[in-house]
Write a protein that binds this ligand. Sequence first.
Ligand code: AGP
Length: 635
Amino acid sequence: MCGIVGYIGKNQALPILLDGLKRLEYRGYDSSGVAVKTADGVFSVKAVGRIVELEKKINSPNPSLEGGQINLDSRLRGNDKGNLLKGVNAGANTGIAHTRWATHGAPTEANAHPQTDCQGKIWLAHNGIIENYQELKIRLIAKGHKFTSQTDTEVIAHLLEDLYDGDLSRALIKVLKILKGAYGLALFHSDEPNKLFAAKFGSPLVLGLADGEIIVASDVSAIIRYTKQVIYLKDGEIAEISGQDFKIFDADNKQVNKNIDQIEWDSEAAEKGGWPHFMLKEIFEQPKSIANSIRGRYVAEAGRAKLGGLESAAERIRGIKKIIIASCGTARLAGLVGKYMIEEYAGIPCEVDYAHEFRYRKAILDGETALIAVSQSGETADTLAAVREAKEKGCLTLGIVNVVGSSIARATEAGVYSHSGPEIAVASTKAFTSQVAILCLLTVMFGRQRQMSLATGQRIISELASLPDKIKQVLALNDELKRIAEKYYQFKNFAFLGRKYNHPVAFEGALKLKEISYIHAEGFAAGELKHGPIAMIDENFPSFYIAPVDSVYEKNYSNMQEIKARGGKIIAITTAGDEKIKEVADEVIYIPKTLEMLTPILTAVPSQLFAYHMAMLNGRDVDKPRNLAKSVTVE
Ligand code: AGP
């Protein structure tokens, strides 16, 4: 939900911290701040709004006059810009930075991180929620601590101050045992030169090991530009970093040796690369991301899936009698497509739950149940909690996750990485189609262990492999979607409709439109229309109807006639060659023919493009919509 960057090494910290913040801005962007250790004190500036506001403040002639929170020794304060930044940069090789998505306290400078203690010596940036912060704050205030923010984070700084005896790592170990909740922390003490600390529990934190420098970050996008060598901290671990040396301790304060992982993608993948927005880039990456998601993961002539990440659980999978897919948002809707696949082609009962509801319902769980967690970020707190709950009940837990080394990937017993590449835009697009493609492979694996025939396996695999080219044909309709959006962008309400495999796509299309254009959009399983929603339909309430020529086409056609009879306008997605639909639809977008179970991968693309153009025409910030963040790491 927030982005953290820490730096220590041979170079100046400030530029690297700001560069890292910009790469993490998609994680939260209502306020931000930096704190850098200099020879003369701590240089800290915070700002409300996007990172660009922070940069303006840092580069303003004299940030202190801008009301920025400057904690500088007097010899530095009041100088002109050159001296100030020179002073900051001279030897200032240790620092932390943070971009926030507010949880406790409005987005203000006072609430922006880094937060500090009474003396301005302990500085820390935090991602997560400290659940017992109120009681701790009361105790600290009673001991005379003065708080300057409404955040839960500030409590950690004052606790450390309270327990500090000259060794920050010792104080940190004590404090972490007192905290309840989740944290990813980067911190330093101004009296401990050349030292940076990091600690993780429940929120992600990665160390990037570069030549003569170490970068701590919430995810690898802030690191990839400097190194591909990373260490993923586990829950309870603390890193003590000085220069390019580091030690990692577990919750019992025992030093641990960690594997160094290699980041699989290159930094260009996390750049816009000339595209106007990450979202449009990621929509157009789908032929490649689908190809990457399935590459090497099937044996065509044997009609089999080859999912290395599931091999260790293959025997347990064979005995599975029920599947529950527990996820959130777009990931859950991919899971809903998977439900239809798994039941029709693997013959296994499959439920789909909101992860945040799964935890509270008394689901019937046992060793013959598999819980599948679908998650792009691998850090969604509710989905992670569902995995933990299922594990406690003896279920087999499997993950379909995009971010390597993420918490959900580590918490599940086995899984399949999406290999979609970094998805930066808050609105998930290529992750969705990759998740559906992997659920298809998983269906083939489960099905071929059960009653799926060789011929059926071969047919599904062959069609799946043809999708990258078919997606390209749909992407070629981008201008058509833009033209349609130009006719509809001023409407205030939309219905999205579909049946069977495409009713999840209707919900996903509605989610895309509302989360980036802020237009009210509601998804329906089309059969539900007559049970109430049709009362809303008139000439001011258009419908985006996903109706490929499939086993439920005729039912969809009747629904469209009912909408038309009430003056409702229809934008229809159907299969190439379908002329009949022109009798009821006002706009028609054609997708290439494919298996019914795979149509969601093709029908999702026009709904993504439609949402993109509608948001652009409404002047929205497509990549960073208001109130949202890319990864919801709070419950
Ligand atoms: C999708 O466009 C949304 N940004 C959101 O619903 C997202 O899918 C959801 O928060 C789940 O995230 P995850 O896939 O990282 O777990």
